[in-house]
Unconditional design. Sequence first.
Length: 264
Amino acid sequence: MALLPDLARSPALREFTYWMHRYRRTWRGTVVVNVANPLLFLAAMGVGLGRLVDDGGSDHLHGASYLAFFAPGLLAAAAMQNAFLDSAGPVFQSARQRGNYRAAAATPMRPADIFTGHLLFTGFRVLTSALAFVAVIVATGAVPWRHSLLLLPAALLTGLAFAAPVAAWAVTVTQSTRINGVFRFVLLPMYMFSGTFYSTTQLPDWLQAVVSVTPLYQGIQLCRELALGTAAPLDSGAHVLYLAAMATAGLLLGRRSYTRHLYG
């Protein structure tokens, strides 16, 4: 059985269309969180703090400016954050007794279609936010335009590596405090320690080993290697396989958990 249905004939497109109709009424409110916040971080940390780092010099940057080092890491971190925000709370609310998932499940649409359609929308949100971010970092000269095109699929893959497993889990959640706890105690530590702001080689060896197996670290390394033009087929291929495996596992788990909880 294919993981993703034939979208040209799939009811999943109806679920995707539903979320797009909602988004037409709410997109202005999401601009601050999904686009403005990362750009403000980029300006404050990459440009402001970056001047101090560049003046002092750092062997950990391997000759790159701090802005060029920081920007792709922030792109991956923003993809993670956007994916979580669009696939945790919305899934939890939609799966409640009066949520839109329940209405959709009462139609011929299957839970797998509902899951796939929502995941398509989350991917759309991650990609469009990444497009705005990449346009800015190219305009600032942090990343050459010839490298920027590869950053978009890398950011999308990073986002899906979080979105699919998170959605598969969020549909089972019964209390919103659990979602807040995961954001606070899982995502934020990854955000701080996975190399977004500095090279992980500055961390203790034991912490480097822990960080290296997190999906955000894999996404950051992939985006950074592509942006700096240092990507090697073996290393970048390993990052891609890791992230693809996470997304695939999420797809498999999501099809089961959506069926169990929407038909339960």
